[in-house]
Design a protein around this ligand. Structure first.
Ligand SMILES: Cc1cc2nc3c(=O)[nH]c(=O)nc-3n(C[C@H](O)[C@H](O)[C@H](O)COP(=O)(O)O)c2cc1C
Length: 209
């Protein structure tokens, strides 16, 4: 495959335009085969030194989900306490996770101790392993959206507490908690923009040096 058609290019642009952070899910399940097709996107992602440092935990049990939700609720109320006045009032109205409803929940870690890749490219900037995980999550996000699924990234969490509660190996650092499922609605507008928290910028030309 050396070239993609103009129709595909246009659909890819649509996919990116219609990708949203989703926090409101229908509760019907996601077929295992659909889930696996989306997860394949991780293996196709770029990574520093081909280290492929992403580690994925399917947060499936009631106990694990309960611990994650309690973690989010504590972190979210701490976050609310950090705002005052109108910001605090708006923050209080935001829905910042779909953890109560999402049929699929994944905790994505970075294995900083992986020998894979033999440290290539990470000696000067070890954080490149984490950036590789972020890139892979974006791949997954788009692959899921292409299947009609919504993904919501939750970062309002105590990462060490979640790592303990999920009993993951030492050296795994939390990068994302993803809520995945069929969205209640599609939108071209980020939910934070609709809620009056922040607006999306128009594209800016790069600075030239
Ligand atoms: C690294 C990262 C962390 C995020 N954490 C949260 C979060 O904790 N809760 C939430 O509701 N949205 C979270 N988001 C989603 C952003 O709010 C969202 O991407 C942004 O408002 C733009 O909306 P869009 O993704 O629908 O375009 C996160 C997104 C990223 C990339």
């Amino acid at each position: 495959m050396s070239q993609f058609s103009p129709d595909f290019q246009s659909e890819l642009a649509d996919l990116m335009r219609w990708r949203r952070d989703v926090r409101r899910f229908r509760t019907d399940p996601v077929d295992e085969a659909v889930q696996m097709r989306c997860l394949d996107a991780f293996c196709m992602a770029p990574s520093v030194g081909l280290s492929e440092p992403w580690r994925i935990v399917d947060v499936a049990s009631d106990a694990a989900r309960g611990a994650a939700l309690a973690n989010f609720e504590a972190a979210n109320s701490d976050a609310l306490a950090g705002y005052e006045g109108e910001r605090a009032q708006v923050y209080g109205t935001l829905k910042l996770s779909g953890m109560r409803d999402a049929p699929v929940q994944l905790a994505i870690f970075c294995d900083d101790d992986t020998p894979k890749g033999a440290g290539l490219g990470a000696a000067t900037m070890p954080e490149m392993r984490r950036y590789s995980v972020v890139g892979a999550i974006t791949h997954y996000w788009l692959a899921a959206r292409a299947q009609g699924l919504g993904v919501g990234w939750v970062s309002i969490l105590d990462p060490a507490r979640l790592a303990r509660d999920l009993d993951v190996p030492q050296g795994w650092d939390l990068v994302a908690y993803l809520c995945v499922g069929w969205p209640q609605a599609d939108s071209l507008t980020p939910e934070l923009e609709t809620a009056g928290w922040e607006t999306r910028e128009a594209p800016r030309a790069p600075i030239r040096r």
